[in-house]
Write a protein that binds this ligand. Structure first.
Ligand code: ZN
Length: 348
């Protein structure tokens, strides 16, 4: 099937054009008319750099992986979704027979196919075919825009699950970008009593500070550990430190802020390998966890949004229509400090 799509032709070259896309509705698939797609840092990175780590754009690829839409057809084995259902999609499709899938950690299945990760096409096109097992109905109270935010929020959910948080935990999140904010909101929903969010950019911290429970810390001006001690009234540290900046300079702060026997959750992805002081981590017996995307958190993420306990709406900065997708990507690549999430809507 030929369809119009936002195509990354190669590094620094986008076009909105017709491209051949799969059209076979398998028995376990649904067909979805795409409504809203969020632009992710990874989409922008493929556009500006042509690769992320080992994933290199070698041929034209449709971008986009944060999507919501409406079911327009269902395969013959599909029973939990019907035509007309409003849905959002988990963009990573594992091999269901893989060892990783059987262990419940399908996000680290080496054969996972993830939208807009070369060579797999993404979802910035009016219609997609997707496995029903990775397609989730949205309650009426969750908008399409929020539905397209479930994907980044799922990373925050995964980070909190990996942290094994307890009620009342004091948390630090380093990095106030979109993922840092998602982690902070998931930590609050997960029972954190206080969340300190650090960054160097005042505009980003101001957005974080709009949420009750979040304390912004500008590390250009103040020491994160000192603020933490003052806020917690003790020289002990945070129960959980989430690293969400990807900055190579942040690890001293991360280790310094974790309490003895606390947890460090590495979410941010540094572009280059980094070194950090293992003995500092050992001296506190820190538990270090890593996060790669997410597994088995989508339905909980949707329920949290529907319950009103997590409000992602303030993080949607601007919405572009499909015809202006390239403008939306240029805007995202310009990285305005006030922009959190830019979305593209195909339903006009
Ligand atoms: Zn994303």
């Amino acid at each position: 099937m030929k369809a119009k799509a936002l195509v990354l032709e190669k590094k620094r070259e986008l076009s909105l054009r017709e491209i051949e896309l799969p059209d076979q509705l398998g028995p376990d698939d649904v067909r979805v008319r795409i409504h809203t797609v969020g632009i992710c840092g990874s989409d922008v990175h493929y556009y500006t750099h042509g690769q992320i780590g080992p994933f290199v754009v070698r041929e034209p690829m449709v971008l986009g992986h944060e999507a919501s839409g409406v079911v327009t057809d269902v395969g013959r084995n599909v029973s939990h979704l019907q035509v007309g259902d409003r849905v959002c999609m988990e963009p990573g499709i594992p091999n269901p027979s893989s060892r990783a899938a059987k262990l419940g950690v399908y996000n680290v299945d080496p054969s996972v196919r993830f939208w807009a990760t070369p060579p797999v096409h993404g979802c910035l096109t009016p219609e997609v075919i997707h496995p029903a097992a990775f397609t989730f109905a949205l309650p009426d109270s969750v908008s399409f825009a929020e539905g397209a935010m479930i994907e980044p929020f799922a990373i925050g959910m995964q980070a909190v699950v990996k942290a094994r948080m307890q009620p009342g935990d004091i948390c630090v999140v380093t990095g106030a970008g979109p993922i840092g904010l998602m982690v902070a909101l998931a930590a609050l929903a997960g029972g954190a009593s206080k969340v300190l969010v650090s960054d160097l950019v005042e505009e980003k911290l101001a957005i974080a500070a709009r949420y009750k429970g979040i304390t912004p810390v500008n590390i250009a001006r103040e020491s994160l550990r000192e603020v933490l001690d003052k806020r917690c009234g003790q020289d002990w540290g945070a129960d959980v430190v989430f690293e969400a900046s990807g900055s190579p300079k942040v690890y001293d702060d991360v280790l310094a802020c974790a309490r003895p026997a606390g947890a460090v959750v590495l979410v941010g992805m540094p572009v280059e390998p980094v070194t950090f002081d293992i003995v500092s981590a050992q001296a506190k017996e820190l538990r270090i966890e890593t996060v790669f995307r997410y597994a088995n958190v989508y339905d909980r993420a949707i329920d949290l949004i529907a319950s009103g306990k997590v409000d992602l709406k303030p993080l949607i900065t601007e919405t572009f229509d499909f015809e202006h997708s390239i403008d939306a990507f240029e805007r995202a690549a310009s990285a305005r400090p006030n922009d959190v999430k830019l979305q593209i809507t195909l339903d006009t």
